[in-house]
Design a protein around this ligand. Structure first.
Ligand SMILES: [Zn+2]
Length: 364
């Protein structure tokens, strides 16, 4: 037996300036000098709030730094060489997944505590210790795991409500996968799952249920730039619950399955690579998986919800023809995501699910 240490990010979710009410007591335990690293638009959106939040305290911002546009080790090295980063006691990571992961990597390599300020709700990067790194040209390189996630995550719904709705839309799509893939991958393993996997399996229910209940309303609110209770419930599911599930569960076994395999397979198609988002295509993969597994009741619920917010339910929604799915599924079936499944997933099973889903669309 070996000891297990789990550290979670604390979080505050709020509306506007009130989000930062506890920032001074929470952050000042770690020193006084701050460097803020983030995306360009994200920094512009968060700067007035953060500046006001530390006003009158002994906290001091040394500088606001653009992360460089790509979460690359080259940008990490460039940031680490800055005096403001060298002199900072702590790092504030502001933005979407790429900016936060880049700042997380800087924090990890410099052994400084970091705090997250997500400005969009597309991923759970602000909650997890995992970072996805890219080559400078934008191609994915590897994944690193920081010694711990952020100390605290400050989620300002007013900022998220002002961001382009596309991000929340894709975040919802990816979170539908957490809701369905985790129970599917775990099926048959329940009796051998210890606390560390059994807990996030239970929590996965809370990734999807709030989306089905509040997702449509939250999307409508974001389209009009309005923060709301519905948006709060959806952001918590996408950013917090999903992040905790990913962070706790054995990611090589239970964290993903066919929805992601279908997405990765479909990236061989140029139209997917160029014009469709990860979470968008993954949500289509969720429907394929439910169809293959004959989970018709859940399929009905998720299909209706996806239609209501225009997530893709058929190939034409992603500019894909049925005959293009052969090579895509040749690739999908090789992905590690489907290795831990209740039964062997073959290309034939996947293809039949795609065909059945096309038929289903004609009658629903
Ligand atoms: Zn995903």
């Amino acid at each position: 037996m070996s000891a297990q240490t789990v550290t979670f990010a604390g979080y505050t979710i709020g509306y506007g300036q009130e989000t930062y009410e506890q920032l001074i007591p929470i952050c000042s335990r770690y020193g006084s000098k701050i460097v803020v690293i983030g995306g360009e638009k994200a920094l512009a959106a968060a700067k007035p709030y953060i500046t006001k939040a530390i006003d009158g305290s002994n906290l001091e911002i040394l500088s606001f730094e653009w992360f460089g546009g790509v979460a690359s080790y080259e940008n990490v090295d460039r940031l680490k060489a800055l005096d403001s980063v060298k002199n900072a006691d702590m790092i504030f990571a502001v933005g979407g997944g790429k900016a936060i992961d880049c700042a997380k990597c800087v924090a990890s390599q410099t052994e400084k505590p970091f705090f997250t300020f997500p400005t969009i709700a597309a991923t759970c990067a602000s909650t997890t210790a995992i970072g996805v790194m890219y080559y400078p040209n934008g191609v994915q390189k590897d994944v690193f795991i920081a010694p711990r996630p952020a100390i605290h995550n400050f989620i300002n719904l007013d900022i998220i409500a002002q961001a382009p709705p596309l991000y929340l839309w894709a975040g919802i799509g990816d979170t539908l996968a957490k809701f369905t893939e985790v129970p599917f991958s775990s099926r048959g393993h329940e009796s051998e799952m210890a606390h560390k996997d059994a807990l996030p399996l239970c929590m996965s229910k809370m990734t999807g249920e709030p989306l089905l209940q509040y997702g449509k309303e939250a999307m409508d609110d974001v389209k009009s730039g309005k923060s709301s209770f519905a948006l709060e419930q959806v952001v918590l599911a996408v950013v917090i619950t999903s992040g905790m599930v990913s962070y706790l569960i054995d990611s090589y076994k239970y964290n993903s399955n066919m929805a992601h395999a279908v997405f990765y397979g479909m990236t061989v198609l140029p139209q997917i690579e160029e014009r469709h988002l990860h979470g968008e295509v993954v949500s289509y993969g969720v429907l394929c998986m439910l169809m293959m597994d004959k989970q018709m009741e859940l399929l009905d619920r998720i299909y209706k919800f996806m239609k209501s917010i225009n997530l893709p339910t058929k190939l034409a929604d992603m500019e894909v023809k049925l005959e293009e799915m052969g090579p895509a599924l040749d690739s999908a079936v090789t992905k590690y995501d489907i290795e831990c499944s209740p039964y062997k997933i073959t290309k034939e099973l996947m293809y039949q699910a795609v065909v059945d889903l096309e038929e289903y669309n004609k009658t629903h």
